[in-house]
Design a protein around this ligand. Structure first.
Ligand SMILES: *Cc1c(COP(=O)(O)O)cnc(C)c1O
Length: 379
């Protein structure tokens, strides 16, 4: 079976994880965590980054940092992972979903302004498949209305928009190092990116269970105590050590994925030209990271048929997301503003092909050939 995903592994992780184990310093913010954070700060040009146990946790921190209160509204796409919405619902916010664009599956920036009310506090663009949202427009809207922008850049590591790293454009950003993402910190992990320096100090406090422990370690206060709400938002050193093994090979992993992605794109292009499938669009101003290779078929039935067909050929392709506004919690905690023109329709057509660091040329070829066969036999 060609798996849908294999967690990236470079060979260096093992050595670093063992080093962390032997250092007697396995809790958070040890040497490997500091190295990773410095790498991200440099790479992203962000004043501060903090490793977290997950992107979910980073988004939850962001919701606390921008002081989301019950009744506040937060605008985001419905076509996203539950954590994007949950982080804000947990703080009592009402989630306001707007439609996506069909070409990138990203939030339709032209639909945002109409969804703003006097309760709106933030916009949360999700960079789907590591392809940037229209950030200039989104930042301008936020500025006009005094709103925060929290980028869900879970899938966007190594991607950029107009030369700026995804996650580094809004006030705050969040990455994921879950094993299904381009880089992993041993299965679970994330990063909070603080671009607005106002949040630096409070972010450290929230992450350290609401204490000023970080300031204590820097010698800024003579004892540490409980100063704010917070939780345990630190990953272990073992996770940071694992991640460091991947960051050292960040470019190599990225190049590999991009070439696999391009192979699919080139080979499947004739099917798109023939009108059988629709392929992703990467706008000119976006450099992507080949997080995902997806295609869109004509509907739910055909999607089921193609997935089942590929399974008989030992290929595991998958789909996601069920739009959040159609889910039980989505209607409890949110509402859809405006017309659902593409969210439901396009999400029902989408298929993700096997894509991971190390996927062989033979496997890529096998996937492409069988998609062609499916259309020959069935259409
Ligand atoms: C993966 C993902 C998340 C959650 O990441 P975790 O690290 O698993 O918490 C959130 N948002 C999006 C868009 C994702 O793809």
């Amino acid at each position: 079976m060609i798996p849908f995903n294999k967690p990236p592994y470079t060979g260096k992780e093992q050595q670093y994880v063992i080093a962390a184990m032997q250092s007697s310093n396995m809790s958070g913010d040890g040497p490997f965590s500091k190295k990773c954070q410095a790498w991200f700060e440099q790479r992203l040009g962000a004043p501060k980054t903090l490793l977290t146990p997950s992107c979910t946790a980073a988004l939850e921190m962001a919701a606390i940092l921008i002081d989301i209160q019950p009744g506040d509204e937060v605008i985001m796409p419905s076509y996203t992972f539950v954590s994007t919405a949950n982080a804000f619902a947990l703080r009592g916010a009402k989630v306001v979903f707007v439609d996506i664009r069909s070409d990138t599956m990203n939030i339709d920036e032209t639909k945002i302004e109409a969804a703003i009310t006097d309760k709106t506090k933030a916009i949360v663009p999700v960079h789907y498949a590591g392809v940037g949202c229209e950030m200039d427009t989104i930042m301008a809207i936020a500025e006009r209305h005094g709103l925060f922008v929290v980028e869900d850049a879970a899938q966007g590591m190594m991607s950029s928009y107009k030369g700026r790293a995804l996650g580094s454009i809004g006030h705050l950003g969040a990455f994921s190092f879950h094993e299904t993402k381009n880089y992993t910190s041993g299965g679970e992990g994330g990063l909070l990116i603080i671009n607005d320096s106002r949040f630096k100090e409070r972010a450290e406090i929230i992450r350290e269970k609401g204490t000023n422990r970080s300031q204590f370690f820097r010698g800024m206060v003579d004892k540490y105590s409980w100063v704010d709400i917070g939780s345990s938002f630190l990953p272990s050193e073992l996770q940071a050590a694992y991640l460091w093994g991947q960051l050292e090979k960040a470019e190599e992993i990225n190049d590999f994925r991009l070439s696999a992605w391009q192979y699919y794109m080139d080979k499947l292009a004739p099917l798109a030209t023939a009108g059988k499938i629709q392929l992703a669009t990467v706008p000119e101003q976006c450099q992507h990271n080949a997080h995902m290779f997806y295609l869109k078929v004509t509907g739910l039935t055909e999607r089921g048929q193609l997935l089942a067909y590929l399974k008989t050929k030992n290929i595991l392709a998958v789909f996601h997301y069920v739009p959040l506004h159609t889910a039980k919690a989505g209607s409890n905690f949110g509402r859809f503003h405006g017309e659902d023109r593409y969210t439901s329709k396009d999400s029902a057509c989408l298929i993700r092909l096997p894509m991971f660091y190390g996927i062989s040329k033979d496997d890529l070829k096998h996937v492409v050939e069988n998609i062609f066969l499916f259309y020959k036999v069935n259409k």
